[in-house]
Write a protein that binds this ligand. Structure first.
Ligand code: 9G3
Length: 569
């Protein structure tokens, strides 16, 4: 492709309202242009990369026996009425009416559509398992679209749906998809983690998110430095064999602590460490007061408390609720001598505190030398705290590291959530009718493109991996006005295309500096520069990823390029 005729307008300046690096670079390098907030056009460079990602996705989906379909973006509202979701989604679900005033949703996802498609034809267990997928535009009217393709209102998703006769079948479909996702993101050159994202029963296995590690990411993940363990920070289980210090138990004493409330103030004033303190907070779980205890250096994980109490609603008691129920303000509450109707539960670490400190349930008073079991009882000890960096990984291998992540994939075990409500039944081998067991699996294809740029760029521009680069080679004729340079340029352009390289040829009548800046911005991994030594049939080959340059004679170029290709990431 000749760059003089190629639609890839580069920008010198960083666009004002682009905060994410990928957003800036994709705009500046001429890969995308914004239509309106959250809605983008892919220019030829962007479309080429998009196509390569889609090809990788198709290969991996087809590789596990999924079948590609294409469903409509216009979805009759009746289907969302059947599933009960028409009224659960607010303005994020884009809706419209047709000329006959019938109502439609613009597809944000396709569980309803695909279930209505399958229920009409798939009636026998003999047709199961079946996995269907599509690569299609999705519409979600985000309240705050931002970071370019990372959070758009119209975006490209691969969404797949599995249909099985039983739970074992679903587990199998899920595992196949899980492994296919690992292949997709590895082939895109991404540093990612498959993250336990279960929000239901703690530690359940029914959903994972695929997170690309990047500071711009909106989610915080906890992953192990020594294994593949990774979880949403609020989901990560804490598994530690605490040991009890073997110091002698001292007698409990009450001490005057005038206006000393926070853990920092207590540790400072009483000269103890946070790990010797018992932090007590009153929660209201389904209208029941529950005092939750954690060690002073830990934080209560409200999702874990909610799950362990299997309560519907849980919230921190207000100041006045605390005063009313426990008779004193938050900074001085503790587990000793509290009203019977208040349940007391504690994180596992609390039971190993020796001669600790806790509030005395009296203003300006704390207890010291407090020992669990001797001085207070709890209903139970459980894993109730947030995991922290440095904790041992729950799988026992390595330690926990926190990182920000961009969610590029999400896999769910849906069960019969949609087949029940939309009556997608099949006859099993005994002729009994039951609901099809489903799974749903998404990859943000356009988001993945941006995530690649977030992870692979330097101060001069994008660093495309060889699997996704818009072209294999960037051939640059420094000064087309020089006959020897333009003649060699034309010759090499033809030769390289004949050798089946995908070449972007910068034949523009631009200053050399502009050409080099644009080439580094666009980020094609191999640059071939035709300059002053063209008359000696010598060109310069630059590895964009490492910056290494070499002078190569045209006769050695073919060999040189195939060697270099193996070094390119
Ligand atoms: C909506 C809107 C936004 C949504 C959804 C529905 C997220 C919605 C979850 C999923 C689940 C899976 C298939 C591919 C993988 C993910 N945001 N989700 O259902 F109407 Cl406005 O999309 N769907």
């Amino acid at each position: 492709m000749r760059q003089s005729h190629f639609y890839s307008p580069t920008l010198r300046e960083v666009p004002a309202d682009a905060d994410a690096k990928s957003h800036q670079l994709l705009l500046r390098a001429g890969f995308i242009r914004q239509n309106v907030s959250g809605i983008y056009s892919f220019l030829p460079l962007g479309k080429r990369v998009l196509r390569k990602i889609e090809t990788i996705v198709r290969e991996e989906m087809d590789g596990i026996g999924s079948q590609e379909v294409l469903m409509p973006a216009l979805q009759p509202s009746e289907l969302w009425e059947e599933s009960g979701r028409w009224h659960t989604y607010g303005p994020e679900l884009m809706r419209m009416n047709d000329r006959h005033d019938r109502t439609f949703a613009l597809g944000a996802t396709h569980e309803e559509l695909i279930t209505s498609l399958v229920r009409d034809e798939v009636k026998s267990y003999k047709k199961l398992p079946m996995v269907l997928y599509q690569i299609q535009t999705k519409y979600r009217d985000e309240k705050r679209p931002r970071f370019g393709l990372l959070r758009g209102r119209e975006f490209i998703m691969k969404d797949a749906y599995s249909f099985d006769a039983d739970q074992e079948g679903l587990d199998n479909s899920y595992n196949n998809m899980f492994n296919a996702y690992k292949n997709v993101f590895s082939r895109c050159g991404l540093n990612f983690r498959a993250v336990l994202a279960d929000s239901g029963a703690m530690g359940g296995k029914d959903t994972h998110e695929f997170m690309v590690l990047a500071d711009i990411g909106e989610d915080t993940i906890a992953y192990s430095s020594g294994s593949e363990f990774a979880a949403n920070v609020e989901m990560a289980p804490v598994k530690i064999n605490y040991s009890k210090m073997d110091t002698a138990l001292q007698n409990k004493e009450i001490v005057q602590t005038e206006n000393i409330k926070s853990i920092n103030e207590v540790t400072e004033y009483l000269d103890v460490s946070a790990s010797e303190c018992i932090k007590s907070l009153l929660w209201i779980a389904d209208d029941q007061p529950v005092l939750v205890l954690v060690r002073g250096d830990h934080e209560i994980n409200d999702i874990k408390v909610k799950n362990v109490l299997s309560s519907q609603v849980i919230e921190l008691a207000t100041e006045e609720q605390t005063r009313e129920i426990l008779g004193c303000e938050v900074g001085f509450i503790g587990p000793i001598m509290i009203p019977d109707q208040v349940r007391v539960i504690a994180d596992n670490a609390v039971q190993f505190i020796v001669n600790g400190v806790c509030g005395a349930n009296e203003r300006d008073k704390h207890f010291i030398n407090v020992n669990p079991e001797r001085d207070f009882q709890v209903e139970f000890y459980e894993d109730l705290r947030f995991i922290t960096e440095g904790d041992p990984s729950p799988d026992g291998k390595g330690n926990i590291v926190f990182a920000k992540g961009i969610e590029v994939g999400h896999v769910f075990k849906l069960g019969t959530r949609y087949s029940e409500s939309m009556n997608a039944q099949f006859l099993d081998k005994n002729g009994k009718s039951s609901s099809i067991i489903m799974g749903s699996y998404g990859i943000g294809v356009s988001r993945t493109l941006a995530a690649v740029v977030e992870q692979m760029h330097d101060e001069n521009g994008i660093l495309w991996p060889s699997t996704l680069t818009p072209f294999d080679l960037h051939l640059i004729c420094v000064n087309p006005k020089k006959d020897d340079q333009s003649a060699l340029g034309e010759r090499l352009y033809d030769q390289l295309k004949t050798d089946r390289w995908d070449v972007l040829y910068d034949d523009r009548k631009e200053r050399a500096g502009v050409k080099f800046t644009d080439a580094d911005l666009i980020g094609i991994p191999i640059q071939i520069i035709i300059g002053k030594r063209a008359d000696e049939e010598i060109v310069e080959v630059k590895n964009r990823q490492t910056g290494n340059k070499a002078e190569v004679s045209v006769s050695d170029l073919k060999q040189f390029l195939s060697n270099l290709q193996t070094e390119i990431r």
